[in-house]
Design a protein around this ligand. Sequence first.
Ligand SMILES: Nc1nc2c(ncn2[C@@H]2O[C@H](COP(=O)(O)OP(=O)(O)OP(=O)(O)O)[C@@H](O)[C@H]2O)c(=O)[nH]1
Ligand SMILES: [Zn+2]
Length: 210
Amino acid sequence: MTNERVATDTDHTSDVSRADAEAAVRTLIRWAGDDPAREGLLDTPSRVVRSYEEFFSGYAQDPAEILSRTFSEVDGYDEMIVMTDIRFESHCEHHMVPIIGKAHVGYLPDRRVVGISKLARLVEIYAKRLQIQEKMTVQIADTLHSVLQPKGVAVVIEASHQCMTTRGVHKPGVGLVTSRMLGAFRKDASTRREFLAIVGMSAGNVLPNT
Ligand SMILES: Nc1nc2c(ncn2[C@@H]2O[C@H](COP(=O)(O)OP(=O)(O)OP(=O)(O)O)[C@@H](O)[C@H]2O)c(=O)[nH]1
Ligand SMILES: [Zn+2]
């Protein structure tokens, strides 16, 4: 897990051509024991590469830019803002198989708020990369904290990892819960409790049974 290549926000471009990516898929098909030239598999490499474009579209997006449009006229609103149950699909960086789960994102505004869709977009940008759940949790929380500069940020993610359900240890139904609390959510137990109570109320049927 050391020396991993960490994509940065400016690391958008790939030096791999689409033709090379499709050739790699043909190699994997051959390696799996099938014939990439048979009719049913002829278009598969281009479909796989198009799927990967979607699965990993988060590398081409800048989360700070998404959060840059804020509203300051909130008429004295100074309570926490919590978006619950943001469903996401990601891929684990160890096996490149799906991580499916929900993120709960809250913050305590300091005059400025963002459009609520941007919280879901923030989750989406980091989900659409190769991930481990802990890293994704930290990235979402830290980005929101540094760009919006609120009084605090709280992120809880619950997810099911298909690398544990469809292969390897084969344990369906297990979920991993991760969290990151910053500012008031870290310092003040009652603020944290309020957030967790809101998230808890929305819990249940959260983890897909995959
Ligand atoms: N901490 C953490 N681990 C993860 C996550 N996704 C997958 N993993 C784990 O990453 C580990 C990789 O372990 P390795 O022993 O290198 O790989 P492996 O031989 O395929 O391991 P098994 O999955 O146990 O078969 C596994 O234990 C996975 O369960 C994640 O989001 N966070
Ligand atoms: Zn995995």
